[in-house]
Design a protein around this ligand. Structure first.
Ligand SMILES: [Zn+2]
Length: 108
């Protein structure tokens, strides 16, 4: 992912509008690219600051808010990856079981 692509995903990220695939690519870039991370931090802090004008969560540290949001996003991506791995594994096991049955039929 290029920085330009990442920049275009900042607002969708904040509004929770990215697909799992986009989110995964976005996070990978954010963790490796300091300038994009800083950009996200600025927007996120602004956005979080605006949504806090109603007085809720006044005590919360803005920096922690982004860290928390990134952590949640990461969990979401990881859960998805774990699910995919489980799906692939179950497919492989089904194929193996089928192969064993066929071999048993042949050698009988
Ligand atoms: Zn970048």
């Amino acid at each position: 992912m290029t920085c330009k692509e990442a920049e275009q995903m900042v607002m969708p990220y904040i509004n929770d509008g990215l697909t799992d695939k986009e989110l995964s690519a976005f996070l990978d870039h954010i963790y490796e690219c300091t300038s994009c991370y800083e950009e996200l931090e600025i927007y996120y802090t602004l956005y979080a600051g605006l949504s806090q004008l109603d007085g809720e969560n006044e005590e919360q540290d803005m920096h922690n808010l982004l860290q928390e949001a990134l952590h949640m996003s990461e969990m979401r991506v990881r859960r998805r990856r774990a699910f995919n791995a489980y799906y692939v594994l179950s497919q492989v096991l089904a194929m193996l079981a089928l192969a064993v049955i066929m071999i048993m039929e042949i050698i009988r």
